[in-house]
Write a protein that binds this ligand. Structure first.
Ligand SMILES: Cc1cc2nc3c(=O)[nH]c(=O)nc-3n(C[C@H](O)[C@H](O)[C@H](O)COP(=O)(O)OP(=O)(O)OC[C@H]3O[C@@H](n4cnc5c(N)ncnc54)[C@H](O)[C@@H]3O)c2cc1C
Length: 280
């Protein structure tokens, strides 16, 4: 049975029926017979954009990688594939997408349909890697569109309103590595004064704060491994001198030795003895 809520649980879908086709022909037949129909990706939208009061088509079974064209540097996938499903297979073949969703279980077609931004201010959004698409239109027929076609640009970020995207062809590039440097204690004033420079300083930059005091606790500076090495002083933030991971609800996380870090899924916080004062 298909889930009747979105991933966050804040939306109960109003659809009368939820289909989950296992082939393109089955998908076409469902669309042909339906009065009104809408595609359902990985259900990560927080609003009703993926909802209908008629027929929903969950794409989760149509999740295969169909072909990698090493000459054209493209990959063709079915409309239900997720970034987590696609990326390891691409990596094994020596290729990568230019940018990824922040969560592996988000569907590529859903991300493209909504122009999901991915990470890094200098990286184009996830829809920009679409080079071609096959859409099942209201009649159940297949419309193929590719970059350069008159209607292509308007069809990629379609908000699910143009039909069901059954296949996507995406640009890929040779696999690349990302190295991450962690800085601590970025002064809030430095962030406010240099926001664009800080966020644009690497392939992707993340800043974490507990909104307490004048310091941003962590800055994750993620750069392509072949980029120049990051500076030691990053707008007043200092490189972490020991491994840190995540944010701790009770103050600063305790550093976790690297060899033990892999085994643990959550950062361990310092234990507070009953009655002892909370950390600032
Ligand atoms: C915890 C969380 C973190 C997130 N992080 C980010 C983030 O870092 N960056 C960001 O930009 N966004 C983020 N989002 C938003 C998310 O990426 C978008 O909502 C995206 O659209 C979700 O894709 P989906 O496949 O789950 O789409 P759904 O919610 O299932 O559908 C979204 C839209 O896409 C359409 N659609 C889906 N598949 C198809 C298809 N095959 N053919 C035609 N239309 C289709 C649907 O009809 C609908 O209109 C996040 C969401 C959550 C819940």
């Amino acid at each position: 049975m298909e889930p009747d809520r979105n991933w966050a649980g804040n939306i109960a879908y109003a659809a009368k029926r939820v289909h989950a086709p296992r082939s393109l022909a089955e998908l076409q037949e469902i669309v042909r017979k339906a009065d009104r129909v809408r595609a359902l990706g990985s259900r990560h939208s927080f609003n009703r954009i993926a909802d209908t009061d008629a027929d929903l088509v969950a794409m989760r079974h149509l999740d295969k990688l169909l072909a990698i064209d090493t000459t054209a540097r493209t990959v063709t996938v079915e409309g239900g594939i997720t970034y987590g499903g696609l990326s390891p297979a691409l990596h094994q073949a020596g290729f990568a997408l230019h940018n990824l969703a922040s969560l592996p279980h988000i569907s590529v077609a859903g991300a493209a349909a909504t122009a999901t931004h991915g990470s890094g201010v200098g990286n184009k959004n996830l829809a920009t890697s679409v080079a071609a698409m096959k859409i099942v239109t209201a009649t159940g027929d297949i419309l193929t569109l590719k970059r350069g076609d008159a209607d292509f640009a308007g069809a990629v970020v379609n908000l699910g309103a143009l039909g069901i995207v059954a296949e996507l062809t995406l640009d890929v590039e040779p696999t690349f590595e990302i190295s991450q440097r962690l800085y601590v204690d970025l002064p809030f004033e430095a962030l406010a004064d240099n926001f664009d420079a800080i966020m644009g300083a690497a392939y992707s930059v993340s800043v974490f704060t507990k909104w307490q005091g004048d310091l941003m606790q962590q800055v994750w500076h993620k750069a392509r491994a072949d980029a120049p090495p990051p500076p030691d002083d990053f707008f007043g933030a200092k490189p972490a001198t020991r491994p840190w991971h995540g944010q701790c609800p009770r103050g600063r996380p305790r550093p976790v030795p690297c060899r033990r870090r892999r085994a643990r899924t959550r950062p361990r916080c310092p234990r507070r003895r009953p009655g002892s004062p909370r950390p600032p």
